[in-house]
Design a protein around this ligand. Structure first.
Ligand code: BT5
Length: 272
């Protein structure tokens, strides 16, 4: 059973009601849960409406892609999952989640961030040698039956304070508070990320992906011109990222060839 939504979340959500439309119209809060993606999946299986949100203050089995762990200690990050059912939006939800985090964090706190394909939200590039540090991650998980796609659970983890990640990722991670040098309220970050997601989903529901792709490209400068190494089913390849195509796949120039990378591991070798 979900618990009473803390007042700071309730107030911030109420203040963005009109802009969020159905995204977050229903919110289930847990002080601690296994993974908000699993809990949201169970609500979706039981018929929860598109836009239902599950949020937790801590996760005991928070996960990333490919079986990796998402560190989710209490009170240090935002851990949320959104039930989405619109089939035309489904292929673009990882990209939409990244844009929503960048737009929402900037609206709530003023901190500018960037996207790194496919699902990382990172600190903005500087001219120094330090690599971009990861502040948030997106995990979209689809559930299908013989009748087709049933729902996608869009999971988002955002580091609010440095306590959100352990020492072993400290040189690759950061948090909103560390970047800003001040404390931030979690409520507005949650509410503005959901409001930004609602904006990105609107054209997708009409079958229009170009507004999202245009926005994504503007927020992901590393996707063009950066040297990358990719693991593909056909083996490892080295090349130069050349943006994303209309389906959201990463294009990589290898000599005179252009490869499409749909998923898997990409090592970004040189910060632009
Ligand atoms: C992701 O995976 O970045 C997707 C993370 C999605 C987390 C949310 S929280 C709410 C919802 N419920 C869940 O169970 N999950 C979603 P990936 O690209 O595979 O990155 C995972 C890698 O990031 C790990 O292997 C670590 O190296 C690093 N990492 C783990 N926790 C981190 C943290 N808190 N901050 C920065 N980096 C972290």
């Amino acid at each position: 059973m979900s618990e009473r939504l803390p007042a700071e979340f309730a107030a911030a959500l109420a203040a963005t009601d009109a802009r969020r439309r159905h995204i977050g119209a229903k919110v289930h809060y847990f002080s601690e849960t296994s993974s908000t993606n699993d809990v949201a999946g169970r609500y979706a299986d039981a018929g929860a409406a598109e836009g239902t949100v599950v949020i937790a203050s801590a996760q005991t089995s928070g996960r990333g892609r490919l079986g990796r762990t998402w560190y989710s200690p209490p009170g240090a990050g935002l851990y949320l999952s959104i039930v989405l059912r619109d089939r035309s939006a489904a292929p673009f939800l990882t990209l939409a989640g990244g844009v929503a985090v960048v737009e929402g964090v900037r609206a709530a706190t003023g901190l500018p961030l960037e996207i790194k394909w496919p699902n990382d939200v990172v600190t903005r590039s500087t001219n120094g040698p330090a690599p971009r540090r990861k502040i948030a991650g997106v995990l979209a998980e689809a559930s299908s039956t013989a009748e087709g796609l049933q729902h996608v659970i869009l999971g988002i983890g955002i580091n609010l304070s440095p306590a959100a990640y352990p020492p072993d990722v400290a040189n690759r991670a950061s948090s909103i508070e560390a970047e800003l040098g001040r404390a931030v309220d979690a409520g507005p970050v949650l509410a503005e990320v959901l409001a930004a997601l609602s904006v990105e989903l609107e054209p997708l529901a009409r079958g229009e992906s170009s507004p999202l792709l245009t926005r994504w490209r503007a927020l992901a400068p590393s996707a063009s011109g950066t040297s990358v190494e990719c693991e593909t089913p056909g083996g490892r390849l080295n090349g130069v990222a050349a943006g994303i195509d209309e389906s959201g796949a990463l294009l990589v120039r290898v000599g005179s060839r252009t490869e499409r990378i749909i998923s898997g591991e990409v090592v970004w070798k040189q910060a632009k």
